[in-house]
Design a binder for this molecule. Structure first.
Ligand SMILES: [Zn+2]
Ligand SMILES: [Zn+2]
Length: 740
């Protein structure tokens, strides 16, 4: 018996859902890989790893993995891919909320109730207790900085006579024996050049002053972070204000954003408070920066380290100013800022961040699907949502399947089409042009090779977080994959952040494009019908909404029918007739059989019997085929209602007045209640694509910059609007970029 050799560690590539046993150094992209472990012990960054842990960097950005048999794989994560602390914190906080949701086995209804913004925004609006303390005790800290206590230290040194202030008793005898310190001899003694004198050293570098100096440092970095956070918060409020005052955007979008916002905070009140707090904190920071020039700060060595736990000294207990410094220090320490983490803590934190990114991605998808009017079917309503679960949703007869896989990726299936969505906790907007191009082209290449489904990458960022990049690169980071004019990549890529209210709208746009594209392009819906039935049923005649094609043996629903039109086709009668035919045929057959029994052998009757059997079989076959056709047609009719549903306001259009078939495979429909139109458009190269325009008018945009579509139209658009040469607006063909 030999021992089984330990299996190598396997890494699952979440982009392609394939495994490998080695990660190339330049493929180390945060969030891309997870561990597929067998039972043996595996250490990642010196911490014991579990199944489905993410491949993550350690504190210094390095990565290594080691299994029992000593196999090692290592590399370094690019620093620029790692998001900044504030983003990380926000994802982790919302991730915590969502992981509780998963733990408590929540269903669709509970998920879509969660606001996809940083939780407890209101807690950050007002000053925290430390900040109030700093404000109230700033005077004491200032006194300490300007007039620090010092340790008096007297030493006897040889100094130039003019500098000597207090001369110790031993100076005379010392001078007598040190002629080199004489200037010249005088008649009655000597004129000294140097003399022993008491020199007073004011020693500032005492424990209490070190604490005070480091307190200034710590408070400044604390405030810097807080100010950053408040500025972000202010931007959230301003965004909201912009959305409310923007002429652009649909009424529905305003409603959605207001509803989303209303769930979390009152923006007028909030904005004023944030501005006030921000103002106060900026002033505090300004004052503290001033202390950097004071005596105390200059005299205490820059790098002296002070442990977090304060010693109780005489000065800290009794001095009227220092006692407040001690209080401030303790208050600061209690915020947990600047705390050094153990490798294990750091490991768990980063895993939490990556898992939080997955859950946040799922939350945005669920909210977006809800916005798009999808609801779980009756069985999925009660299903809990967690990694590994799958639910079925429905909208106007269209079913879709939503799957959250164990590795955290999400897929949406409609008919035989699939969209994969992967949330990566990377800050693509802060990378260099080359780096972004490199990553996107590698993703493109990989995904093209591995499967035929569509892919959407969500990265951590906001609308303007990629400002320093080239325009074409920025477009590549802001696309749902339907504008080939600027981006060379096929992959759809969008920023998401719990700091940006528009994140959900972007996902709405992406999912709308994927779903509507497939539904619209299935127009006209059709079913296969055997020619005999076509002839018997006479469906080819006189129906404005149905078109039968003898050549293809199909019937097509050109216009979603009204209920009475559906009844006109007379399926009941038809069915009755077919049933009757069967009954008749059976009767004839039985009669012949009876006669045969009576007559004994009769060649003529025997022949008739075979004809009757043949007829009976034919009737039964037709009845079966008719039932199938009726069922299929009824299903397709249900689905055709989708073409009537206004994508902006949900009103069902009137199929007689509003819906207009155009040519073989396109249509145009207008909403009588909000004037939105939606249609299938065709470019000169023959590509068909779905379009919609809220309120029926293009918004005038002075400049097309990356992200403008999201900004102006939000989720209420399909093909991207574009300006033609002559200055008028049209829709961009997603295949060739032509504007029509
Ligand atoms: Zn409408
Ligand atoms: Zn085209």
């Amino acid at each position: 018996m030999t021992n089984k050799a330990p299996k190598p560690v396997l890494f699952i590539d979440r982009l392609t859902n394939t495994t490998t046993n080695k990660i190339e150094p330049n493929d180390l992209i945060p969030g891309r890989w997870i561990l597929d472990l067998s039972e043996e012990a595996v250490f990642q960054n010196s911490v014991a790893a579990s199944l489905y842990d993410f491949v993550i960097p350690d504190l210094s950005g390095k990565w290594n993995i080691l299994n029992e048999s000593g196999d090692r794989n290592e590399g370094v994560f690019s620093k620029s891919l790692i998001p900044e602390d504030l983003e990380v914190d926000s994802i982790r906080t919302i991730g915590d909320v969502l992981s509780q949701l998963i733990d408590s086995q929540s269903t669709w209804a509970e998920w879509v109730n969660i606001v996809p913004l940083v939780p407890e925004l209101t807690e950050d609006v007002d000053l925290h207790s430390l900040e109030v303390e700093v404000r109230d005790n700033l005077g004491h800290l200032e006194m300490v900085c300007q007039n620090p206590r010092m340790h008096l230290h007297v030493e006897v040194e040889r100094v130039i006579v003019s500098k000597a202030k207090r001369v110790p008793p031993q100076a005379v005898s010392y001078l007598a024996s040190h002629t080199e310190d004489w200037d010249r001899p005088l008649i009655r003694g000597i004129m000294p050049k140097r003399i022993l004198a008491e020199v007073r050293h004011d020693q500032f570098d005492i424990y209490e002053n070190r604490v005070s100096a480091r307190l200034v440092d710590n408070l400044i970095s604390y405030l810097t972070l807080r100010i950053q956070k408040l500025r972000k918060l202010l931007k959230v409020f301003q965004d909201k204000e912009d959305y409310s005052s923007d002429i652009a955007g649909t009424y529905q979008r305003h409603q959605r954003i207001s509803a989303l916002w209303g769930e979390s905070i009152d923006e007028n009140e909030g904005k004023k408070k944030v501005e006030k707090s921000l103002h106060e904190l900026e002033w505090l920071k300004y004052k503290l920066m001033g202390f950097l020039g004071a005596v105390l700060y200059k005299e205490v060595p820059r790098r002296t380290y002070v442990p977090r736990t304060l010693k109780n000294t005489n000065i800290f207990t009794n001095d009227q100013h220092y006692s407040h410094v001690a209080e401030l220090w303790r208050e600061w320490a209690s915020t947990g800022a600047d705390k050094v983490k153990s490798p294990k803590q750091y490991y768990d934190d980063v895993q939490g961040l990556y898992k939080g990114m997955n859950a946040f991605t799922m939350l945005l998808i669920l909210r977006a699907l809800e916005t798009l009017n999808y609801t779980p079917d009756s069985t999925s309503e009660r299903k809990e949502i967690f990694p590994g679960s799958e639910i079925q949703l429905i909208n106007s007869g269209q079913f879709i399947r939503l799957q959250w896989s164990l590795n955290g990726t999400v897929s949406i299936r409609i008919n035989d089409q699939k969209l994969n969505i992967v949330g990566l906790p990377i800050a693509l907007g802060f990378c260099s042009n080359d780096q972004v191009s490199d990553i996107l082209s590698r993703f493109d290449h990989l995904l093209e090779k591995s499967n035929s489904s569509e892919n959407l990458i969500l990265y951590l960022g906001e609308n303007d977080s990629s400002k320093s990049l080239d325009v074409s690169t920025r477009y590549a980071l802001h696309t749902v994959g339907n504008d080939p004019r600027y981006s060379n990549y096929k992959i759809a890529c969008l920023p998401i952040s719990p700091w940006e209210i528009a994140s959900t709208e972007r996902i709405v746009r992406a999912l709308r494009w994927f779903l509507s594209n497939h539904i619209f392009l299935s127009y006209p819906l059709h079913v296969d019908v055997p020619n005999e039935i076509l002839e018997l049923a006479n469906v080819k005649e006189n129906l404005r909404w149905l078109l039968s094609d003898m050549e293809k043996s199909t019937v097509e629903i050109k216009i979603p029918p009204r209920e009475y039109e559906w009844d006109q086709i007379g399926f009941d009668l038809l069915h009755e007739q077919f049933v009757n035919d069967c009954v008749e045929a059976e009767k004839r057959f039985k009669e012949i059989e009876e006669n045969l029994k009576k007559a004994g052998r009769d060649r003529d009757l025997a022949k008739k019997k075979y004809v009757a059997i043949d007829e009976l079989v034919r009737c039964k076959k037709n009845l079966k085929a008719l039932k199938k056709v009726i069922n299929e047609l009824a299903r397709v009719k249900e689905r055709s209602v989708f073409f009537l549903q206004c994508p902006t306001c949900g009103t069902e259009a009137n199929s007689i007045n509003d819906f207009e078939p155009r040519g073989k495979d396109s249509f145009h429909c207008t909403c009588s209640s909000c004037s939105t139109f939606w249609s299938i458009q065709k470019c000169s190269n023959g590509h068909c694509y779905p379009t919609m325009l809220p309120s029926g008018d293009f918004f005038e945009v002075s400049e097309e910059i990356p992200g403008w579509v999201d900004r102006i139209y939000g989720g209420d658009i399909l093909a991207v609007p574009g300006k033609k040469q002559d200055g008028s607006w049209g829709f961009v063909c997603p295949d060739c970029g032509e504007i029509n």
